[in-house]
Design a binder for this molecule. Sequence first.
Ligand code: SAH
Length: 349
Amino acid sequence: MEKWMDIRSMTKEELEETLQGAGEKKFRAAQVYGWLHQKLVRTMEEMTNVPLSCKEALLKEHPLYGVTELERQVSAIDGTMKFLFGLHDGNTVESVLMRYKHGNSVCISSQAGCRMGCRFCASTLLGLERNLYPSEMLDQIYAIQRATGERVSHVVVMGTGEPFDNFEALCRMIEIVSGKEGLNIGQRNLTVSTCGLVPEIYRFADRNPQVTLAISLHASNDRVRRELMPVANKYSLEELMEAANYYVSHTGRRITFEYSLVKGVNDHKEQARELAELVRGMNCHINLIPVNPVKEREYEQSEQKHVAAFRRMLEKRHIQVTVRREMGRDISAACGQLRKGYKERSRNV
Ligand code: SAH
């Protein structure tokens, strides 16, 4: 185990190891783990049945990290909530709670910032600050469940950051949040969204085969994809689709392709046709997202009639397609803008 590993990022076995190494009883690990991952306490003091010697033994070796709420926006339309959380080193991350009929879904960030450079995305404008620890991903979920008192039933890793650029921490977070001694959120209720890091798609398929994978496609050919997403210079669509096919055949899970519609760039009828061709015969679902304009970028949202036409073209070709319902329209600053605004404001004071 790494020396830096913080207490909330540790598995129960790792806690056991640490406590036993310090001469403490093994069963204390289960207590500590339960306080952290089921009762969702914020501090060691709240663990009332754990002796001080145990707490001190842990804290001597490892820090306890979590997140602190800095700002909250609530949609008057549908109750969607956007949170800005502070990390122990002054970095910030955004998370969103969406309330659906089927349960509460939390969208979490996997990195502070991002280095993927997608042209339409606000999260990448300031670059990557650092990877999040598993605890910091988990605590976004925990903090929201604590703040609302409502059970979180679904988690989507679609906030700031590229989850596959923080691969090991992501897998650890999944293990803990889906574990019986944690929140026990079924892997089928977890979605990870990637911009398309091909080697990690294979690794992920082998490690977490029940999780839903979403791939940000955003284009039907390499030329347009390279214009929008620098990662497309590294991996061709052919390689990406091969990896996607591996995920589907290896896991038996339907894959989601995200396609943000940008006016005049990727919303032509011919592109819908090309897209249908690209995914033909695959167990997949396409999620069309009218692009959320970011003020630093010139891209505009496709007109509604073009979105509808694009959708019809796909439906006609028997491709499963939905247009993402916009949640929290009144607070729908594009992803990453709450964090960016906060950083800019705090720099100016
Ligand atoms: N890095 C991961 C996950 C984070 S982004 C990924 O790329 O998939 C989550 C989704 O929102 C991605 O599909 C991303 O391309 C999309 N997105 C980012 N900025 C957007 C914007 N301004 N409008 C619409 N979709 C956007």
